[in-house]
Design a protein around this ligand. Sequence first.
Ligand code: ADP
Ligand code: MG
Length: 200
Amino acid sequence: MGAFFSPDLPRNWEVTLKEEIRKKILAKREVYPNWEEDSLKVLKNLLTLSWLYDYNVFMLYYPHRKEVDTKPIINHLLNISKIVLLPKVKGPDILPIQIHDLENLYIGYGGIKEPRGDVYEGKIDVVIVPAVAFDMHGYRLGYGKGYYDRFLPKIEPVIKVGLAFDFQILDKIPHDLHDVKMDYIITPTQIYKTKKEDQK
Ligand code: ADP
Ligand code: MG
């Protein structure tokens, strides 16, 4: 009872806590020296998930700052003739747009590269999600705007895969009802499967 009603905790203590974690992890990621080689290890681990090849439509993110570099993954998927989508931010929404290469991208919201073109209306099979941090249960801490929390429920059912460096995995992340859980989290050294065993 004590902690819950403590006058020391602000009413929105979960938000404050999320903000503290964001600051710490982002500062660490900014100076992380191994991001290039570790990104390739994430790619290697991702590609051990053989069921990936059963699917055709993949939504990824374009790497911003020191996020796990998805460019090699995007190129690999394009090379094996998968449909690849990238997000375009429009107002409060993420829109999925098909790309055919990494050339024709434009600086969009937050300085992040994004495609132009028609919104992809077909079914999305797998979505690769960036984050500031994840916990082992699949909860995700994003950048604080809730973009993926609003977007992911609209494209369900979809397999949600988070990519992160190992220092971005925390024991527990504060979460609200609106926070969407990942099914897999891939790091340079781990593959966390957070879904029930009988599901892919
Ligand atoms: P992030 O997921 O980017 O770390 P939060 O989960 O803290 O950020 O969400 C940021 C804001 O977005 C919150 O104030 C929340 O109210 C809003 N939000 C998140 N998901 C939804 C949703 N499904 N519908 C409406 N607002 C949402
Ligand atoms: Mg959230």
